[in-house]
Each structure stands twice: as structure tokens, then as C-alpha cells.
Design a protein around this ligand. Structure first.
Ligand code: E4P
Length: 217
């Protein structure tokens, strides 16, 4: 499973990238706003740092302008994936931009039918939003399962990019189901290392190291 980082914070991306844990990056207008940076400038910096796909989202809602924005975004770097919303116009933009040979990430997906349309329009990635479904008492993981089944039934090559991840359990469940990619905030990826028994075990070892004065260097 590929790990994308859901942020526009350069330092956070660099820290995970140095550990080989970054297969790509996703941004959105809210993350760009949070970074306080110019979209083109910060996206270029991310692309210089990371080899895998970097999603940059269009700002328009009509297909024609989305396509024009997408064509400008792909000039930033070869690894740009243009992010378009799952609307009818977004699907039109997806089709045109994929026909041009660009990667397209169709975002704001909340149903399996939407995911089916995105695959038909040639999307490279579909981004179902798990956390936002959970927020309204629906089951985000059930959506990932449905999309996996449908894509496998027909051999669609669109990659399932599990998004709006809020917890380590979202990542574990996405891995169990077979999502191709997860995108998560750096803090959630880092939280995967935590286990109370690891902390407890290490404390006991440290106590014995001190008691026995064990030295290696
Ligand atoms: C990723 O592509 C999405 O923009 C992101 O995961 C949304 O997450 P949120 O629902 O926590 O804002």
C-alpha cells in the first residue's frame, strides 16, 4: 500500500520522506490556506522534494476553467496529479486531462456510484473521504469496501486513495480492505508507531541497562 501525506507543510513532508515513507502528497485549498503559502510556489517545492504524485487542486467549478487550471498546474512538475471535484464538470475535466496524458485525482467522493463514474472518466485516483462520512454517522470504510469490490469486478485501474483519514484505525482498515493508497496527515502516520507495550517494554529494558551498567559504545 502506498502512503501519501495529506499536507502542504514542507518540513513535515521532508521528515517522513527522509524515512522513505512518502509515496506521494495530497493538498487541497484548505491545506494550502493553512500553509499560508502561494499555491504554485509551495506545490513546486513539494514536487522538488517528492518523486511520487503530488495532488494540486483546481479552484474553478466549470470544466473549461478546470481544464485550463489543470494545464497550468501540470507545468509545475511532471509528478503533478490534477485534483478535480466529483461533479459532472469535474468528470469532464478529468476525461480531457487524462486524454492529454496527465494524472487526475478525483476528490470529494462520497458514494460508490461516484467512484464508478470517476473510473469511467479515466481517473488515475479516486479519493473517497472516510472521516467526513464517519462525521455524519455513515460508514466510511464500507465505501472503501464497495469501491474495491466494484473496481475488482470490472478490472478498473483507477487507484483507490483512501482520504479524510483521521485515525490509525482508518489506515489499518484501508490496508485490510486493499485500498491502493492512503493519504493521511503526518501526525496520524507518525501515531502508527505507538503501542503502550512497546513503551512499557522499553522502560523495563532501560531500567535493566542502568542496573547492570550495560554499555555498547
Ligand atoms: C485528501 O485528498 C483530502 O483533501 C483530505 O484527506 C481531506 O481530509 P479532511 O476531511 O480531514 O479535511
Amino acid at each position: 500500500m502506498k502512503f501519501f501525506v495529506d499536507t502542504a507543510e514542507i518540513d513535515a513532508i521532508a521528515e517522513l520522506n527522509d524515512l522513505g515513507m512518502v509515496d506521494g502528497v495530497t493538498t487541497n485549498p484548505s491545506l494550502i490556506k493553512k500553509s499560508g503559502r502561494d499555491i504554485i510556489e509551495v506545490t513546486k517545492e513539494i514536487c522538488d522534494l517528492v518523486d511520487g504524485p503530488v495532488s494540486a487542486e483546481v479552484t474553478a467549478t466549470d470544466a473549461e476553467t478546470m481544464i485550463a487550471e489543470g494545464r497550468k498546474l501540470v507545468e509545475i512538475a511532471e509528478n503533478i496529479a490534477v485534483k478535480v471535484p466529483l461533479t459532472w464538470d469535474g468528470l469532464k475535466a478529468c476525461k480531457t486531462l487524462t486524454d492529454d496524458g496527465h494524472m487526475v485525482n478525483v476528490t470529494l467522493c462520497f458514494s460508490a456510484n461516484q467512484a464508478l463514474l470517476a473510473a469511467k472518466a479515466g481517473a488515475s485516483f479516486i479519493s473517497p473521504f472516510i472521516g467526513r462520512l464517519d462525521d455524519i454517522n455513515l460508514d466510511g470504510m464500507e465505501l472503501i469496501e464497495d469501491i474495491r469490490t466494484i473496481y475488482d469486478n470490472f478490472g478498473f485501474e483507477t487507484e483507490i486513495l483512501a482520504a479524510s483519514i483521521r485515525s490509525v484505525n482508518h489506515i489499518l482498515d484501508s490496508a485490510r480492505i486493499g485500498a491502493d493508497v492512503i493519504t493521511a496527515p503526518p501526525a496520524v502516520i507518525k501515531a502508527m508507531v505507538n503501542h503502550p507495550l512497546t513503551d512499557k517494554g522499553l522502560d523495563a529494558f532501560l531500567a535493566d541497562i542502568k542496573a547492570a551498567d550495560i554499555k555498547i559504545l
